[in-house]
Design a protein around this ligand. Structure first.
Ligand SMILES: Cc1ncc(COP(=O)(O)O)c(C=O)c1O
Length: 384
């Protein structure tokens, strides 16, 4: 069983930070690594040619270890989820009338690109709505997604867990059905990867895109993406930069222009992906997550939140059933006798940080939180 890890962070004691789905705090060790990297840029003779390649390689290897990717070369370094998705939509040709399945309220960086693709290529967006009632909501919503996949489906583009209220999608079952109909599965793992176990080897998604600044504990403007061989072999990147081309290691010969790319997903990394300061910080976050183990983080979050969720349900809040939601991210839907503006004011006055997304109060703990944090949350909501 994991112990509370707050000592490894700089969070102040008078703050109850239940908002990792908005942004994680950095580990103290990552701050130090970032600091050292900035100092290194002040003395640039300390940055070597091998750093251009070794730093991103280490990050790709760590991500590959975290999510069980057999070959780290299938990983690209991206600055945002939208960038990672654009690499995908740039390399899909839809037959007219073919369908792209999305989830209602999915995060917009994983929606706009699909709308554009559908518009430009005569495809159709199918959005799977949640059921009207809260009864068996997670189970029914999952069933509706499975029912939406058929011989017309070209792509299922969804997240592992919904960013607004943590509804969990049965990715293994969805993968089975997409395989059956020859459809692609493109996952946004930003709100799940790092704190929930996931195996690329097992699930075999066509792509898995993960922003770095939430559950991977990295800085903003960082991210990593897995692209299957099918994308890598002939894939066209969204930009053409020098380091993604073959032989870019040979600095004295960069004007000897190359038609070939670096192997596999090397072509999909963003320009200046060596990112000497931010990559090592993200790598530090991922290394720590590997040591903690995502399954143990889920257990930890479950342990510290169970009693509070029982109390909130008794007060009339709807919280999704355990098996259909994250323990690190869940939504509280208000009963009629509770006022959202009053709750917001009360939580702010008590320095309790959560998010408000669609109709849910989004609560997202991590290993720096405690049972006491949840007691404070419940007391404030009760009083509001
Ligand atoms: C599920 C999900 N994906 C992606 C993002 C961020 O996207 P981008 O990196 O394009 O800004 C967020 C931010 O809240 C998110 O919740």
């Amino acid at each position: 069983m994991l112990k509370n890890q707050k000592d490894l962070f700089l969070l102040p004691d008078d703050v109850t930070y239940l908002n990792g789905a908005f942004m994680s705090p950095l580990l103290k060790s990552s701050v130090e690594i970032g600091h050292q990297a900035l100092l290194q840029k002040s003395t640039p003779f300390q940055i070597s040619q091998s750093d251009f390649f070794d730093i991103p390689k280490r990050l790709k290897q760590s991500f590959a270890e975290l999510v069980d990717i057999p070959d780290y070369r299938n990983v690209a370094i991206i600055p945002s989820v939208s960038y990672g998705i654009a690499n995908v939509t740039n390399n899909i040709t839809l037959k007219k009338g073919k369908e792209i399945v999305l989830i209602k309220d999915q995060f917009s960086s994983h929606v706009y690109a699909w709308r554009e693709l559908a518009k430009n290529q005569g495809g159709k967006i199918i959005t799977v709505n949640p059921p009207d009632s809260f009864v068996n909501r997670g189970k029914q919503w999952n069933q509706k997604i499975l029912d939406a996949i058929n011989e017309n489906t070209a792509v299922v583009a969804i997240s592992i867990l919904l960013w607004t209220d943590g509804t969990r999608f049965d990715i293994a079952a969805i993968r089975d059905k997409t395989k059956h109909f020859g459809a692609q599965l493109i996952l946004d793992g930003t709100q799940a990867i790092g704190v929930m176990p996931f195996s690329v080897r097992e699930i075999q998604p066509d792509a898995l895109i993960v922003g770095g600044y939430k559950w991977l504990m990295g800085p903003y403007s960082t991210g990593v993406a897995y692209y299957s061989d099918e994308f890598c072999d002939e894939g066209k990147p969204i930009e053409e930069n020098w380091i993604n081309r073959a032989n870019s290691q040979d600095f004295s010969n960069l004007s000897h222009y190359q038609d070939e790319y670096q192997p596999k997903a090397g072509r999909f990394s963003v320009g200046e992906s060596s990112n000497f300061a931010l990559n090592p910080m993200l790598n530090d976050g991922i290394r720590q997550l590997i040591r903690w183990q995502p399954a143990r983080i889920q257990d930890y979050c479950k342990n510290i939140s169970t009693k509070a969720i029982d109390s909130l349900r008794e007060m009339g809040f709807f919280v999704e059933e355990d098996q259909y939601r994250g323990h690190h991210l869940f939504g509280l839907y208000l009963p009629e006798n509770k006022s959202l503006p009053r709750i917001k004011t009360k939580l702010a006055a008590n320095k309790i940080y959560v998010s408000y997304r669609q109709k849910a109060i989004r609560v997202s703990p991590n290993v720096y939180n405690s049972v006491e944090d949840f007691e404070r949350l419940v007391a404030a909501i009760r009083e509001a």
